[in-house]
Design a protein around this ligand. Structure first.
Ligand SMILES: Cc1cc2nc3c(=O)[nH]c(=O)nc-3n(C[C@H](O)[C@H](O)[C@H](O)COP(=O)(O)OP(=O)(O)OC[C@H]3O[C@@H](n4cnc5c(N)ncnc54)[C@H](O)[C@@H]3O)c2cc1C
Length: 363
């Protein structure tokens, strides 16, 4: 089969790399450069932690975690294991974190519930917080480097990885995919995988596929601190998070993954939302190591969010038109598992539960 994967972010490159080990004739088309869009904008957290985790989601994360662990342990990729601590600012959320710690442990994930006083050991001011959930196995990575590693692995396996080529249309014949049009000409295709992240709805529209995908804005500030931030990544109930970055650096982001029907942004708009800088710098009360830090950079990326918070992976109502989209803020964490599922669906080897939980037809 001639398979064209569109989009060279972490998802498209992971898919191409996975399909490289098959007999198919695979091409990856990226209109810019590998891993330089949402993937580069992300915080690069590989997350074991989860609030109110469902068994399916935990198993799906395990798949990705195991794939990554092999790569890290082989020395192929680097990712520092610094852990994540979720911080409750209300008693009700603290209860949910305590229950989540139990669920994670029962599943076999290293997780503990922390009392407010114990949060001080993680660089968090205990006054004004109600408890925490700590998962030490979470890592931070350079997601663009990971996407490039997947792209290199795909090339080595014979995938034709082309950058600087934009797909302008997907052609169909008798209800099935037949080709993609690019700004450099036409390419025949039996299967197309849309892995264009927040741009996915544009291509879907071209073939008449409509999926419930909304955007949420992900602003980020990079800070230079006066002292090293020796703590795990801290995600606050108020959806702000602090991630150590380098020796004395920190990133502060907004973790917004709630689905809002029809919410789509102009993806060229990279301005910070009003009030973000103030709410981010306010965090120095909760994380004293941020006091006196100066802002050295800022950026905005867009998450693509689904109603049930799970990615949409599989074939659509158009024969041969696949999607690997809607990562809902976890695309870096989940990419290898998503790639596995694309390969299994193409080979008709996918587990029925996985197929139905991720299927485009579930909405
Ligand atoms: C601020 C922020 C922080 C985040 N932090 C984390 C985190 O810590 N951990 C985590 O797991 N996830 C995180 N995420 C989510 C994660 O970044 C995304 O889920 C992931 O990067 C999505 O990857 P992707 O390959 O689908 O999209 P992208 O990286 O956007 O890749 C899509 C690619 O498609 C290309 N493209 C688009 N249209 C076309 C076309 N017509 N033709 C050719 N190419 C095209 C684009 O140029 C782009 O390179 C974060 C997201 C944001 C915004």
């Amino acid at each position: 089969m001639r398979i064209v994967v569109i989009g060279g972010g972490i998802v498209g490159t992971a898919v191409a790399s996975r399909l490289g080990s098959t007999d198919h004739d695979v091409t990856l088309l990226e209109r810019s450069r590998i891993g330089e869009e949402t993937t580069a904008a992300s915080a690069g957290l590989l997350m074991r932690t989860a609030v109110d985790p469902a068994p399916f989601d935990l198993r799906f994360r395990d798949r990705a975690h195991e794939a990554y662990r092999d790569l890290f342990e082989n020395g192929d990729l680097e990712a520092e294991r610094i852990g994540i601590v979720y911080v409750a600012e209300t008693a009700a959320f603290a209860d949910r974190l305590e229950e989540s710690a139990t669920t994670l442990r029962e599943h076999g994930t290293d997780a503990s519930y922390l009392e407010p006083t114990e949060l001080a050991d993680f660089g968090i001011e205990p006054d004004g917080v109600e408890g925490g959930l700590y998962t030490p196995d979470d890592r931070i990575c350079d997601p663009t480097a990971v996407a490039n590693w997947f792209a290199d692995r795909a090339r080595n396996a014979g995938v034709d990885v082309r950058t600087g080529i934009g797909v302008t249309d997907v052609e169909t014949r008798s209800g099935a995919v037949s080709a993609v049009d690019t700004d450099e000409g036409r390419l025949d295709a039996d299967r197309v995988v849309n892995a264009t992240g927040p741009w996915a709805p544009e291509l879907n529209k071209r073939v008449g596929v409509s999926l419930p995908l909304c955007h949420t804005r992900g602003p980020m500030l990079a800070l230079e601190c006066r002292e090293p931030l020796e703590c795990p990544t801290a995600i606050f109930e108020s959806k702000r998070y602090v991630r150590p970055a380098g020796e004395t650096g920190a990133w502060i982001g907004a973790y917004q993954t709630d689905y809002a029907e029809g919410q789509r942004y102009d993806l060229r708009d990279r301005s910070l939302p009003d009030g973000f800088v103030e709410s981010a710098t306010d965090l120095e009360t909760a994380v004293p190591a941020l006091e006196g830090a100066s802002v050295v950079d800022e950026w905005v990326g867009y998450r693509t969010v689904t109603p049930d918070g799970r990615p949409i992976v599989g074939e659509t109502a158009v024969d041969g038109y696949f999607v690997a989209v809607g990562m809902t803020g976890k695309g870096i964490t989940l990419a290898p598992a998503v790639a596995d599922v694309v390969r299994e669906i193409l080979a008709d080897e996918v587990d029925p539960e996985v197929r139905s939980r991720l299927s485009p037809a579930r909405f």
